[in-house]
Write a protein that binds this ligand. Structure first.
Ligand SMILES: N[C@@H](CCC(=O)N[C@@H](CS)C(=O)NCC(=O)O)C(=O)O
Length: 251
C-alpha cells in the first residue's frame, strides 16, 4: 500500500509525484491544500508531526524529505532506473540535488512566498491567520508563514535571494551547455528535482530565464515537459499554479 500526501505538482511535492509517474508506480494520492493549512490539521500531523509536505507512506512506514524520498522510490520499485549507474554521473546528480535543495530552492522559495503564497493566503481574516500560524509545529515554518502573510521579508533578504537566483540560473545554464541532462547523458532524479524547482522560472523570472539569455535551460525544461510522465503529473494539478507549465509548449 502506497500513499502520497502532497500539494500541487510543484517544488517538493512534485518531486515524488514525477518520480512515481516516471517509474509507472500506482499510488493513493492524498491532496492537501497548503494555502488552507491542511498540512497543520491534526489528521495530517499524525502522519508527519512536522506538518510539512510531501510525506510518503509505504506499508505503514512514513517517509519524509522529498529528495531522499525520490531515491527510496527509485530503489524500491520496478520501472526505469532514475539514478545513473556510472559513478561520476551519480555523483553529479547528487551534487546538483544538493545545490538545488540547499542553495537555489530556499532563495527561489522566499521570492515565491513573498509574491505568491503570502498574497494568496492573506485574503483571510488576520486573527484567523494568527491562530493558523500558532498551530504550525516547526519554528522555521512559523517564521516563513509570518513573514509571507504579514509582508515581513526585508528588502535585504529579498535582494540576497534575487542575487542567489541569478547566480544559480547562470551556473545551471553553463552546466547545460556541456551536458544534455543534469547527471550528464542520463536523465535522472537530478532533472526531476531541478524541473520541479524551475519549470516556472520563465514566468517568475522572465528577465533572467528566457530563450535569449538561457536557451539551454529553456530547451532542457521543454524536453522534460514533453515526457509523458510530466504531462501525467501536472494534469493532477488543481490550481493556476500547475497550469503555468503550459508556457513550456513549443510555439
Ligand atoms: N525539506 C523538506 C521540505 C518540506 C517543506 O517544507 N515543504 C513545504 C512545501 S514545498 C511545506 O510543507 N510547507 C508547508 C508549511 O510551511 O506550512 C522536503 O524536501 O520535503
Amino acid at each position: 500500500m502506497l500513499t502520497l500526501y502532497h500539494w500541487e505538482p510543484n517544488a517538493n511535492s512534485g518531486k515524488p509525484m514525477l518520480t512515481l509517474a516516471e517509474k509507472g508506480v500506482e499510488y493513493r494520492s492524498h491532496y492537501l491544500d497548503l494555502l488552507k493549512f491542511d498540512q497543520h490539521q491534526p489528521e495530517y500531523l499524525e502522519v508527519n508531526p512536522d506538518g510539512t509536505i510531501p510525506a510518503l507512506v509505504h506499508d505503514g512506514r512514513v517517509l519524509t524529505e522529498s529528495t531522499p524520498m525520490m531515491e527510496y522510490i527509485d530503489e524500491q520499485f520496478d520501472g526505469p532506473p532514475l539514478r545513473p549507474a556510472d559513478p561520476v554521473e551519480r555523483w553529479r546528480m547528487r551534487w546538483w540535488m544538493r545545490f538545488f535543495d540547499s542553495y537555489f530552492a530556499p532563495s527561489l522559495s522566499m521570492i515565491g512566498w513573498s509574491v505568491f503564497v503570502g498574497p494568496a493566503a492573506r485574503q483571510r481574516d488576520p486573527q484567523e491567520l494568527r491562530e493558523a500560524i500558532d498551530r504550525i509545529p516547526l519554528e522555521s515554518r512559523r517564521v516563513a508563514w509570518r513573514k509571507a502573510l504579514f509582508n515581513e521579508f526585508t528588502a535585504a533578504e529579498l535582494a540576497e535571494s534575487r542575487r542567489r537566483v541569478a547566480f544559480a540560473v547562470g551556473v545551471l545554464e553553463r552546466h547545460l551547455t556541456g551536458h544534455t541532462w543534469i547527471a550528464g547523458e542520463t536523465y535522472s532524479l537530478g532533472d526531476i528535482n531541478g524541473f520541479n524547482l524551475g519549470y516556472a522560472l520563465p514566468l517568475s523570472q522572465p528577465e533572467r530565464c528566457n530563450d535569449e539569455c538561457t536557451p539551454r535551460i529553456m530547451e532542457w525544461l521543454r524536453r522534460i515537459y514533453e515526457r509523458p510522465a510530466a504531462k501525467q503529473t501536472w494534469a493532477k494539478g488543481r490550481t493556476q499554479m500547475a497550469s503555468r507549465i503550459k508556457m513550456l509548449e513549443r510555439t
